[in-house]
Write a protein that binds this ligand. Structure first.
Ligand SMILES: O=C(O)c1cc(=O)[nH]c(=O)n1[C@@H]1O[C@H](COP(=O)(O)O)[C@@H](O)[C@H]1O
Length: 272
């Protein structure tokens, strides 16, 4: 998907909501466990109930790998369902990959060519040659971890090297790489006070913002300095939406939570 298509979907739906499909069999409604593929049934119900409110879905791959071959099959079915039924929706493989170039090319093939995700999260730690293989895919997006939502972000990302924070170096240096226009970045919603600085370095890039809902981040705080003229944000919530209820009405309850966030986003967009 092109960035222009993503932006036009945001404008049409008046939403920049990304829903995290982080499926935990201990948290989903127990009646689904009797189905042949409970993970996919759960995802399908959530997607059917929320696709008009969200512009992106982000399955975190760990939640599928944890269930072995059955988890991987459920992931394949979920991405195929999204691509067939909702080709206008942006898909993110939250895999946080990145390895020597020869290996990164394999990761890129797996998530972009085979599974046909629009984007993947990638860790910048191994540097340029570990990221460039992902950037070679036209109309696919590499979402580089910049400043993450967790406490551990302060262990390395905010530390200074040659007088500058590491997360700033990640933003600046990655903008010099080949096909850098295929880059987006991750900045946690819990780090809202950093957005003004971040936007000085990457005014035009899209930023994926996890950490709203269960981790306590706020849409209003993120939007204050995070928005750009093309909106430029995808705000993600997983547990806060998908586990709104563990009863039979779980999909409607998820849609209600998604609607609350979408409406908050709509009122932000109206003021732009
Ligand atoms: O790359 C991510 O999506 C990510 C980066 C980050 O800094 N923090 C973060 O929470 N995430 C992911 O975003 C999701 C957040 O889920 P909830 O806290 O349940 O909304 C999980 O899949 C996390 O792995």
């Amino acid at each position: 998907m092109t960035t222009t298509e993503l932006i036009s979907q945001i404008k049409k739906k008046k939403s920049f909501l990304c829903i995290g499909l982080d499926v935990d069999l201990e948290k989903i409604p127990q009646h689904l466990l009797a189905k042949e593929d409970p993970i996919f049934e759960f995802n399908k119900a959530i997607i059917d109930a929320t696709h008009h409110l969200a512009v992106a879905y982000k399955p975190n791959i760990a939640f599928y790998e944890a269930y072995g071959i059955e988890g991987w099959q459920a992931l394949e079915k979920t991405i195929s369902y999204l691509n067939e039924k909702h080709p206008d929706i942006f898909t993110i493989a939250d895999a946080k990959r990145g390895d020597i170039g020869n290996t990164s090319t394999r990761y890129a093939k797996a998530f972009f060519s085979d599974l046909n995700f629009d984007s993947i999260t990638v860790a910048p730690y191994m540097g340029e040659d570990s990221v460039v293989p992902f950037l070679e895919f036209e109309n696919k997006h590499t979402i580089l971890l910049a400043l993450t939502s967790n406490r551990g972000a302060f262990d390395f990302q905010t530390k200074k090297v040659d007088g500058e924070e590491v997360y700033k170096k990640v933003l600046q240096t990655s903008q010099t790489w080949k096909n850098h226009y295929n880059l987006m970045y991750v900045v946690g919603a819990t780090k809202a006070e950093y957005f003004a600085e971040i936007r000085k370095i990457i005014p035009d890039s899209f930023i994926l913002v996890p950490g709203v809902g269960a981790q306590g981040g706020s849409v209003a705080e993120v939007c204050k300095y995070g928005l750009n003229e093309n909106v430029g944000l995808l705000i993600n919530s997983a547990r806060g939406i998908i586990y709104a209820s563990s009863e039979e009405n779980f999909a409607d309850a998820a849609a209600e939570k998604a609607k609350e966030l979408q409406q908050e986003m709509e009122s932000v967009l109206e003021k732009m």
